[in-house]
Ligand binder design. Structure first.
Ligand code: BMA
Length: 324
């Protein structure tokens, strides 16, 4: 029986499965609908974490100008959220950072600090932005780890051999037609090196065009469980599905098992129809080490937020069963 190595989260949002599928959707999806707050037309690819007995998150809010920024939101149950009316301000050397745009945030807790990693439009180029907060009130910009173009930055939730480890996906300035997952290490979150390839996009058609990390890797006794997105090209444009892999416990640049099947692909109306149809884009996962429960937040069709559930043993068995 696979086990999550981590903390208990007794109030994790949860719904029992009524299917044999490795991951099942919350039957009240979407959990965040259109026009969730003044001047924000859509909230979708977003990251939720437990905080002080409740749930908080950094949300991708597409404003009515069409430009995305990061919004703070909170919830008692991880399902019903309220949002600040203004985007989050980040400070650097006491000055407010001037955003061009910001999207696809992830939030990862390391020790008592919450790190926010997002695609930042620094100087107009998509790059990885890295910030931090301890209280979700004051946010500090830490660095831009890499040269443009890069997206889908996800930190491991603890230092490994004394270093921070960041997954990322080098890309281009537009709707990138390629993409593989790489890993970089840093002693201080400022200087990054020891870059190595983790996974390339795959033969399987659902992940044949590009892949990018989703939620922070979950530590288990079998290795690091990574949910990611895989995209393929169709006559109607890109289709984004959710996939999973297990990275080696000791050498996280090595893939132990990678599932050849997608675990979720756009099927429901809120995934197949929206601003960008046929998109499932995971950015965060809550987990309860006591029960093995996992709750995944994902963007649906670049329009809404959906919630899906799995259980560590069930998902790892499935990954292994269909692994290459
Ligand atoms: C990717 C990112 C995501 C988005 C996806 C589908 O390139 O921009 O934010 O969800 O495209 O449009």
């Amino acid at each position: 029986m696979a086990k999550i190595i981590g903390e208990a989260l007794k109030n994790i949002p949860w719904q029992e499965p009524v299917t044999d599928a490795p991951i099942w959707r919350y039957d009240q999806n979407p959990v965040i609908a259109r026009n969730p707050v003044d001047n924000v037309t859509r909230i979708f690819n977003s990251a939720v974490v437990p905080f002080e007995g409740k749930f908080v998150g950094v949300f991708r809010g597409e404003t009515n100008t069409g430009v995305p920024y990061l919004y703070y939101g909170e919830s008692k149950d991880g399902i019903n959220f309220s949002f600040d009316k203004k985007p989050i301000d980040f400070y650097t050397n006491g000055e407010k950072y001037k955003f061009v745009y910001a999207y696809d945030p992830r939030v990862v807790k390391i020790d008592d600090v919450y790190y926010i990693i997002w695609c930042d439009g620094k100087d107009g180029f998509p790059s990885i932005g890295l910030g931090k907060t301890k209280d979700f009130k004051y946010f500090e910009l830490v660095s831009h780890p890499f040269l443009p173009f890069n997206r889908n930055g996800v930190l491991f939730p603890r230092k490994i051999d004394g270093k921070y480890v960041l997954l990322s996906r080098p890309s281009d300035s537009g709707h990138t037609k390629f993409g593989d997952i790489f890993l970089s290490k840093s002693p201080d979150l400022i200087y990054w090196g020891e870059h190595s390839l983790v996974m390339r996009c795959g033969y399987e058609w659902w992940q044949s065009l590009k892949i990018g990390s989703g939620s922070a890797p979950i530590e288990t006794d079998e290795g690091w469980l990574l949910f990611y997105h895989g995209a393929n090209m169709t006559c109607n444009g890109y289709v984004y599905s959710l996939g999973a892999a297990i990275l080696d416990k000791n050498d996280v640049s090595k893939v132990r098992y990678r599932c050849t099947n997608f675990l979720l692909t756009p099927e429901t109306p809120y995934e197949t129809t929206g601003f960008v149809s046929n998109v499932i884009f995971p950015c965060s996962a809550l987990c309860d080490a006591e029960t093995g429960r996992i709750a995944i937040y994902y963007g649906g069709a670049d329009t809404v937020v959906g919630l899906a559930f799995t259980e560590v043993n069930r998902v790892i068995d499935y990954i292994k069963k269909y692994a290459r």
